[in-house]
Design a protein around this ligand. Structure first.
Ligand SMILES: CC/C=C\C/C=C\C/C=C\C/C=C\C/C=C\C/C=C/C(=O)SCCNC(=O)CCNC(=O)[C@H](O)C(C)(C)COP(=O)(O)OP(=O)(O)OC[C@H]1O[C@@H](n2cnc3c(N)ncnc32)[C@H](O)[C@@H]1OP(=O)(O)O
Ligand code: FAD
Length: 647
C-alpha cells in the first residue's frame, strides 16, 4: 500500500468531526476562514517560496528575507488586509506567520511599536506611531548588551541629560555596554528604542527607554557617533539567520529631551526627575506583552512538529510482517504513542492556555488604563512562567518529533531541523527560562509568606487559600478510571504545587539572609515554579502524562502513593488507545498547508518516499556526477594507493 492510501485510511478512522475541530483550533469560524484564506494566499505566491532556503548563503538568504518582507507589506496594502495602514491587525499578523521567515518586521511590529504604545506619552505616540505604522521609519528594541541581558538593571549604556541644550547624550562607556542581539538592528532599522541609564546631574535614575535615530533616512548610513553591524551567524543553517541581530555603540550621540519615553517618568526642561504614580516595572511592559505572544505561538510551533511526526508515523512501517503481509505502522508501537501523544495533547493544551493568557493580559491592560495596578504581579508571574514552561516543552517536543521520525527526521527536507533551530532561542530571548522561573518562585514564596498576615491569594495562586486542606490531602484514587475525573487530577496538582512552595518557604526561613537562601535553594525554587505553572495549564485543560512524567514529585510530597501512580499509568495507556484512531485527524484539524509545514514527511497526501527520492536529486551536490575537488583531493589519494599497492 502506498503512503497516499495510508493517510486516507487513517482519516476514515476518525471518531469526531474534523471540520468542527478546525474551528475549535482556530478559535472561531471567522478566525478559521481568515487563516485558511491567508495561508492559501501565501502558499500560492511564488515570492513566498521557501523550499530553497536551506541551500542559500547568508547574504542571499538575507536579501531573500528583505524581498519577502517588502512583498508582504505590498500585499498588506494592496489587499487592504488591515484597515488603513497598520500591520498589527489579525490579517497582517497571520500573513507574517504564514510567510514563516523571521524578519526585522517582527521586531518593528512586535516590540518597537508596542514599546512606544506602552511607554510613550500621548504626544510621543502621536508623533512616532503614524511614521512607524506606515513603515516610514523602521524600529527595533535595543535593550540587551554584550555584558548584560538577564540583569536589566545592570545595563551600562548611559543617557546623560544636558540642561544647556535640552538634550540627552547617549553613550557606550565600555565594550560590554555595546548593544548586542537586537533583531532588525544589524542592517535594517532606522530607529531603536534604546534602554539606557538615565543620569541627571551625576545621579543615576536607573534604566529608561529612549527613541534614537540610528541611520539616515536618505542613504541608510549610520548617523555620526553610531557604529553598527550584524553580530554574525547563529545556530542552524537558514533558521534564524534571516534576522540581522545587531551590535551598536554610541559615541556621545545627542537626542532631544522629548525622545525619552515619558509615560512612566519624566525629565523636565529644568532637569527635574518626576516619577508618575505608576509602578516602575511598567518600563518592562513590552517584555510582558511579547512573553504573552510567545506563549500563544508555542502551540503553533509544537503543532507543526507533531503534525509532521504523526502523519509520518502513520506512513512509516517497520517490522512485524507475517507471511509477506504489511509491516507495522510505527504509530502502532506503544512506545511511539507514549512519546508522541502527550506532545499532541500539549499542542492543544498550549493553544487553550495561550487563549487564556491573552484574556488575562487584556484584562490587566484594561485595568492599567484605569490606573488599577493590582494585577500586575500576577500578570508578570503568569507571562514569565508560562513563557518558560511552554517554550521549554515546545523546543524539547520538536526535537522529540525529529527523533520520532528516525533518520529521515534529520534531513532538512523533513522541516524539523529548521523548525527546531528557529524555535530553540525562544528558551533564551524575552528572558532566559530559568531566570523567568525564579521570578515566578519569588512571587510564590511571597504569596505563601503573606498568608500568615491574612492576605488572600488571588488569581492563579488562589488555591493557596486552601493551604491547610492541601497539606492534609491524600488522593483517594482507587481505580484507573478515577484519574479521568478532572477534579481528582486538579487537586493532586494543587496539592503538589502547594507542598513544594511551602517546603521552599520553610527552607528559606532557615536562612538569616533571605537573598543567600534564595541563591542556595534556587534549584528547588525552580521546580516549585514549574509545578505551579503546570497547574495553570492543567486547570485550563489536561494532565495525566504530566503526572506520569513528574510522578516522583507527587509521591515524595505524599499527594499520591505508588499504587495510585501505577493506576494513572494504566489510565494513560487506555487514553493512548483512544487517541490512536483519531491521531491523524487531530493533526489535520490544524489545517496547515504543505507550504506552511515545509516538510516532505508531513505532506497531507502521505506520499513520502517518491518525494524524498525526488528531493535528494535537487541538492546542489548532485548538480555534477563527479564532485568539484575530485581532481585536487580525491584522485591524488587514489593514485597514491595505487602506487603503494604496486610497491
Ligand atoms: C505584521 C506583524 C508582524 C509582527 C509580529 C508581531 C508580534 C510578534 C511578537 C513578538 C516578536 C516575537 C519574537 C521576536 C523574537 C525575539 C525578540 C527578542 C527580544 C528580546 O529578547 S528583548 C530583551 C528581553 N530581555 C529580558 O527578557 C530580560 C529578562 N530580565 C528581566 O526581565 C529582569 O531583569 C528581571 C529578571 C525580571 C529582574 O528585574 P529586576 O532586577 O528589576 O527585578 P527584581 O527581581 O528586583 O524585581 C523587582 C520587582 O519587579 C517585579 N517585576 C520584574 N519584572 C516585571 C515585569 N516585567 N512586570 C511587572 N513586574 C515585574 C518583580 O516581580 C519584583 O516585584 P516585587 O518587588 O517582588 O513585588
Ligand atoms: C535569537 C535572539 C534574539 C534576541 N533578540 C533581542 C532583541 O531583539 N532585543 C534585545 O534587547 N535582546 C534580544 N536578545 C537577547 C536576549 O533577550 C538575552 O539573550 C536573554 O534575555 C538572556 O540574557 P543573557 O544572554 O544575558 O543570558 P545570561 O543571563 O548571561 O544567561 C547565561 C546563563 O546564566 C544563567 N543565569 C543568569 N542569571 C541567573 C540567575 N540570577 N540565577 C540563575 N541562573 C542565572 C541562565 O539561566 C543561563 O543558563 C535576543 C537573544 C536571542 C538569542
Amino acid at each position: 500500500m502506498e503512503g497516499v492510501d495510508h493517510l486516507a485510511f487513517e482519516r476514515n478512522k476518525a471518531q469526531f468531526d474534523v471540520d468542527e475541530m478546525k474551528i475549535v483550533w482556530a478559535g472561531s469560524r471567522e478566525d478559521f476562514e481568515l487563516s485558511d484564506r491567508i495561508s492559501r494566499l501565501v502558499a500560492s505566491d511564488p515570492v513566498f517560496r521557501k523550499d530553497d532556503r536551506a541551500a542559500l548563503g547568508r547574504k542571499e538568504l538575507f536579501k531573500n528575507t528583505l524581498r519577502k518582507a517588502a512583498h508582504a507589506w505590498k500585499r498588506v496594502i494592496e489587499l487592504r488586509l488591515s484597515g488603513e495602514f497598520s500591520a498589527l491587525e489579525p490579517e497582517a499578523y497571520k500573513l507574517r506567520a504564514f510567510v514563516d521567515q523571521p524578519a526585522f518586521t517582527d521586531l518593528h511590529w512586535g516590540m518597537f511599536v508596542p514599546a512606544i504604545q506602552g511607554q510613550g506619552t500621548d504626544e510621543q505616540q502621536q508623533k512616532w506611531l503614524p511614521l512607524a505604522y506606515r513603515m516610514q521609519i523602521i524600529g527595533c528594541y535595543a535593550q540587551t548588551e554584550l555584558g548584560h541581558g538577564s540583569n536589566v538593571q545592570g545595563l551600562e549604556t548611559t543617557a546623560t541629560f544636558d540642561p544647556k541644550t535640552d538634550e540627552f547624550v547617549i553613550h557606550s562607556p565600555t565594550l560590554t555596554s555595546s548593544k548586542w542581539w537586537p533583531g532588525g538592528l544589524g542592517k535594517v532599522s532606522t530607529h531603536a528604542v534604546v534602554y539606557a541609564r538615565l543620569i541627571i546631574d551625576g545621579q543615576d535614575y536607573g534604566v529608561h527607554g529612549f527613541i534614537v535615530q540610528l541611520r539616515s533616512l536618505d542613504d541608510h548610513l549610520p548617523l555620526p557617533g553610531i557604529t553598527i553591524g550584524d553580530i554574525g551567524m547563529k545556530f542552524g543553517n537558514a533558521a534564524y539567520n534571516t534576522m540581522d541581530n545587531g551590535v551598536l555603540t554610541f559615541d556621545h550621540v545627542r537626542i532631544p529631551r522629548n525622545q525619552m519615553l515619558m509615560r512612566v517618568s519624566q525629565v523636565t526642561r529644568e532637569g527635574k526627575y518626576v516619577h508618575s504614580n505608576v509602578p516602575r516595572q511598567l518600563v518592562y511592559g513590552t517584555m510582558v506583552y511579547v512573553r504573552q505572544k510567545i506563549v500563544a505561538d508555542a502551540s503553533v510551533a509544537l503543532s507543526r512538529a507533531v503534525c509532521i511526526a504523526t502523519r509520518y508515523s502513520a506512513v512509516r512501517r517497520q517490522f512485524g510482517s507475517h507471511n509477506g503481509g504489511l509491516e507495522t505502522q510505527v504509530i502502532d508501537y506503544k512506545t511511539q504513542q507514549s512519546r508522541l501523544f502527550p506532545l499532541l495533547a500539549s499542542a492543544y493544551a498550549f493553544r487553550f492556555v495561550g487563549e487564556w493568557l491573552l484574556w488575562l493580559y487584556t484584562d490587566v491592560t484594561e485595568r492599567l488604563k484605569a490606573k488599577d495596578f493590582s494585577t500586575l504581579p500576577e500578570a508578570h508571574a503568569c507571562t514569565a512562567g508560562l513563557k518558560s514552561l511552554t517554550t521549554t516543552a515546545t523546543a524539547d517536543g520538536i526535537e522529540e518529533c525529529r527523533k520520532l521520525c528516525g533518520g529521515h527526521g534529520y534531513l532538512c527536507s523533513s522541516g524539523l531541523p529548521e523548525l527546531f533551530a528557529v524555535y530553540v532561542p525562544a528558551c533564551t530571548y524575552e528572558g532566559d527560562n530559568i531566570v523567568l522561573l525564579l521570578q515566578v518562585a519569588r512571587h510564590l514564596v511571597k504569596t505563601v509568606s503573606q498568608l500568615s498576615t491574612g492576605n488572600k491569594p488571588v488569581g492563579t495562586t488562589a488555591y493557596m487559600a486552601r493551604l491547610e486542606q492541601l497539606l492534609q490531602y491524600h488522593s483517594d484514587v482507587k481505580k484507573a478510571e478515577d484519574w479521568l475525573k478532572p477534579n481528582v487530577v486538579l487537586e493532586a496538582f494543587e496539592a503538589r504545587a502547594a507542598r513544594m512552595c511551602v517546603a521552599c518557604a520553610q527552607n528559606l526561613s532557615k536562612f538569616s539572609n533571605p537573598e543567600e537562601g534564595f541563591q542556595e535553594l534556587a534549584a528547588d525554587l525552580v521546580e516549585a515554579a514549574v509545578a505551579h505553572c503546570q497547574l495553570i495549564v492543567v486547570s485550563n485543560v489536561y494532565a495525566l502524562s504530566l503526572l506520569h512524567k513528574h510522578l516522583g514529585d507527587f509521591i515524595s510530597t505524599g499527594c499520591i502513593d505508588p499504587k495510585q501512580g501505577s493506576l494513572a499509568n494504566e489510565q494513560l495507556r487506555n487514553l493512548y488507545s483512544q487517541v490512536r484512531p483519531n491521531a491523524v485527524a487531530l493533526v489535520d484539524a490544524y489545517n496547515y498547508t504543505d507550504h506552511y509545514l515545509g516538510s516532505i514527511l508531513g505532506r497531507y497526501d502521505g506520499n513520502v518516499y517518491p518525494k524524498l527520492y525526488e528531493e535528494a536529486w535537487k541538492d546542489p551536490l548532485n548538480d555534477s556526477i563527479v564532485p568539484d575537488g575530485f581532481k585536487e583531493y580525491i584522485q591524488p589519494l587514489l593514485k597514491q594507493q595505487l602506487r603503494n599497492a604496486r610497491l
